[in-house]
Design a binder for this molecule. Sequence first.
Ligand SMILES: Nc1nc2c(ncn2[C@@H]2O[C@H](COP(=O)(O)OP(=O)(O)OP(=O)(O)O)[C@@H](O)[C@H]2O)c(=O)[nH]1
Ligand SMILES: [Zn+2]
Length: 353
Amino acid sequence: MNKLIKLGWKETENQEVNMEIIARVVTVQKNSYRVTDGSMEYQAHVSGRFLNEAVSSLDFPAVGDWVEVQKLTDEKKAVIKRVLPRKSQFVRQAAGEVTVAQIVAANMDTVLIVNSLNHDLNLRRLERYILSTYDSGATPVVVLTKKDACSQAEVQSAIAQVDEISIGVPVVAVSSVTGEGLEELMEYLPAGHTVALLGSSGVGKSTLVNTLLGEEVQETKGIREADSKGRHTTTHREMFMLPNGSLIIDTPGMRELQLWEGESAMDTTFQDVEQYASECRFTDCKHETEPGCRVKEALKNGKLTEERFQSYLKLQRELAYEKRKQDQKAQLEEKNRWKQISKNQKQKYKQRM
Ligand SMILES: Nc1nc2c(ncn2[C@@H]2O[C@H](COP(=O)(O)OP(=O)(O)OP(=O)(O)O)[C@@H](O)[C@H]2O)c(=O)[nH]1
Ligand SMILES: [Zn+2]
């Protein structure tokens, strides 16, 4: 039981389960998983019954999940019978011919939203990441990296800009080169806390993780093992423990969340829903109770799944939020412009007198 707490288990949750059969998913491969019970790692598969009863891709285990297993200790194998209810989850719409929703991280307490100080600070994207984090059920912390590459004035200006849009969200500036800010960051990553990383390519996520891990643990990140054809493949570890006992989730899927953004996502990812919506009787149809709603019709006859419709609505909400923000900013700029004009006028007036 103590072992599970070390893995991030919270005593207050899931009280009625038998601790002896609980494990946590650390890596997801194609159809198999690596799970740990705190003493040992197992290669795991879902049970036949699980496969039969699974309704959606969201039912399958994800990195960070707590699962009920049957262990075959001698063979270091396990069968996954059930996924315990998630405390938080990040869902990604994997675009392709058929769009499947995919959980890229589960049961994280905190999400580190990583941005680089020496690149353009994309505040819109940052807002979106903050929103997605709240939506996921976790708490966001904004991390601004590469502090060493910036002047103090630049750092302060960036923090001020971020503070303005991320009311109440902690902002920490760090450098993986000098180690500045890392101690402060660790305050948000106490032992037993599960943390996921979110941020665009190149902002310094890997470097940060490696710095926090310290050299001697670094090599656990890629375990080399032989696949079925005897080739050596590198298994990328997706969840690992920092020396202080906090757990870090860093999955490729989390990294790709960045691709799933903006209006273009609405067009490409939800083309089908947009098509239905364009055929609704009313152009401003909310797809709720309106007559002649093609979206409701598609939901009814199964052409559109409820799950997909909900993702669509979520993205729409995000875009609407963004637009509102942009409008507010435009209004503010307009106001400031008039303020300036009237100030100039006043000055002219004074000079005349
Ligand atoms: N000056 C400076 N450079 C850094 C720092 N952290 C990372 N870098 C550099 O930034 C570049 C990108 O760092 P990565 O850690 O690979 O970035 P990432 O976010 O993991 O990128 P992906 O793996 O593509 O998602 C590398 O060249 C790092 O050496 C830092 O604190 N200071
Ligand atoms: Zn409609």
